[in-house]
Design a protein around this ligand. Sequence first.
Ligand code: SF4
Ligand code: SF4
Length: 96
Amino acid sequence: METYEQILEQMQKLSEGERKQKMEEMTKICRDYCGKCPSYEGTGETRLLFCGTGKSEIIKRERGCLCSECPVQEMMHMRWIFYCTRGSAKEQLAKE
Ligand code: SF4
Ligand code: SF4
């Protein structure tokens, strides 16, 4: 089975355009999870895809996280949560 680290390597081999398209697809999915998450709603945050792009400048309180239910989490074989407050998957991996 592939690991997040292997998927990350594959992502790095994509062209700029392909990577951008993938990020857009994942952001659309994220909207249904982060966008509806109790830690996100009502904070005024508009950014998404914290698993890829890192912490929110706005979200500070962890009130629950829907990442473990998100298809992107499964697609990328990620294994962390609270990307908006704890950092991107890459950052959380580096802390292990
Ligand atoms: S990363 Fe998790 S806690 Fe943060 S907004 Fe997304 S689903 Fe909610
Ligand atoms: S894993 Fe979390 S941060 Fe990443 S796309 Fe899904 S809901 Fe958004």
